[in-house]
Design a protein around this ligand. Sequence first.
Ligand SMILES: *[C@@H]1O[C@H](CO)[C@@H](O)[C@H](O)[C@H]1NC(C)=O
Length: 249
Amino acid sequence: MADSNPSPAAPAPNRTLRRPSWPIIGALLLILVPIVISIVVNDPNGFDPAPLPADYSFSASLAVAERHDRILASSKRVGEGRLPGPEDLAYDKARGFLYTGCSDGWIRRVSLKDEKMEVEDWAYVGGRPLGVALGPGGDLVVAESNNGLMIVKPDQSVAMLTDEADGLMFRLTDGVDVASDGLIYFTDASYKFNLDTHILDILEGRPHGRLMSFDSSTNQTSVLLRDLYFANGVSLSPDQRFLIFCETT
Ligand SMILES: *[C@@H]1O[C@H](CO)[C@@H](O)[C@H](O)[C@H]1NC(C)=O
């Protein structure tokens, strides 16, 4: 807090107004302009696009093995107008709740126990929660893109888990899944660009993404894979024998 009993402002010193001295300003510009240009050109965080590989080809389309159009016919709309930007879903089957992270920083919970399908402002994590996944104890792990990996306990308290690994801060924590043994797997899409500038990461075409794990019993963050191209969603196989992740680009 500021001093509650401030002393009166000191009297202003007498100043003589002088005209700017053009030779001095010219000399300053002569020194400063090259410095500014070299900072912009050599900025380690500046835009540095990679050339396309020589053998790169644009594939026209992907074949889809099967289509099940009737699935949409038996689906229901959930939380219409109440869930802005539901990037990921976590379903607590035992308790009948669906969780999602919204673009206004709220984790919202939809009750699927009855026809009303009530939507609840469940926990405010701030920033832009992207990935959500339920842990064994009913904890909700959240990949919050701006700050890192967070946890919301069943009592709705929010805590930070990790925001850096191997000395590199996360800039775009993105996808998350939790194994049945409680180990958390998650991605940071980029250590260079954040969500606001993520298009530069994609345009630059260099690998700033990482796949990592977080062990809550030791608070240890481990890098499993580095040099990934915009590491995004993560999912463990139902039998826990392997993990799938995607690189957006
Ligand atoms: C992990 O971090 C939390 C929060 O800082 C702390 O309360 C807990 O004691 C830590 N656990 C270990 C095993 O270091």
